[in-house]
Design a protein around this ligand. Structure first.
Ligand code: FES
Ligand code: FES
Length: 211
């Protein structure tokens, strides 16, 4: 589940805020410029616009409020499109088999395991990754709560945890610790930060429901 081989790079000091703000920080430095169409509107492209050209297909989707048209291999996963083609590396590849939740994103507002979702399925849909939840430099309430409640250690699972946690609250499943645990059961944390994660979701739920 590593992005790079250990020892390839010099150690870098990374703060928890930077991890949670992957969208704001890392994306700003690594994200490739996206082709934005002037008349773009969320969800305006119907599935019929999917044009097949051999094994390469062209899709049109909205990622983190940016309209994107991109030619991709018809077999490519949404995870690989986000990370390798669009530079949204905040979404992590853990198992690549639908078992860890590290790759969780929102598609049309619902959680999706991007490693098991074909990129082609994003055609005409709206995708949100961890880079898209903050408002500029202002972290989402869930991101702040993860910091406040020490809900991470290495941070690798955290983007997926945050995306699922936001959905947990929006779908009104943050009603008790048990309900939160049940909803979040697909997100594995190898560092065992579960106590902090549940506490963070409880805290953010109050704020999100008030807002
Ligand atoms: S990378 Fe593990 S569920 Fe997708
Ligand atoms: S914080 Fe390390 S895997 Fe969850």
């Amino acid at each position: 589940m590593k992005d790079r081989n250990v020892g390839d790079v010099e150690p870098v000091s990374v703060t928890r805020r930077a991890v949670l703000g992957t969208g704001a920080g890392a994306a700003a430095t690594t994200m490739l410029p996206l082709p934005i169409r002037a008349d773009a509107q969320e969800g305006m492209v119907p599935p019929s616009s999917l044009v097949e050209t051999g094994t390469t297909i062209r899709i049109a989707t909205t990622v983190n409020s940016q309209f994107v048209e991109i030619d991709i291999d018809s077999r490519a996963s949404l995870l690989d499109m986000l990370r390798e083609r669009l530079g949204f590396t905040g979404t992590k590849k853990g198992c690549d088999h639908g078992q860890c939740g590290a790759c969780t994103v929102h598609v049309d507002g619902r959680t999706a395991l991007s490693c098991l979702t074909l990129a082609a399925k994003a055609n005409g849909r709206t995708v949100t990754t961890i880079e898209g939840v903050a408002a500029g430099d202002t972290l989402h309430a869930m991101q702040r709560a993860f910091i406040d409640h020490d809900a991470l250690q290495c941070g690798y699972c955290t983007p997926g945890q945050v995306m699922s946690a936001i959905a947990c609250v929006r779908q009104r499943q943050a009603t008790s610790k048990d309900s939160i645990r049940e909803f979040m059961s697909g997100n594995i944390c190898r560092c065992g930060a579960y106590v902090g994660i549940v506490a963070a979701i409880e805290a953010a739920a109050s704020e999100m429901q008030e807002g």
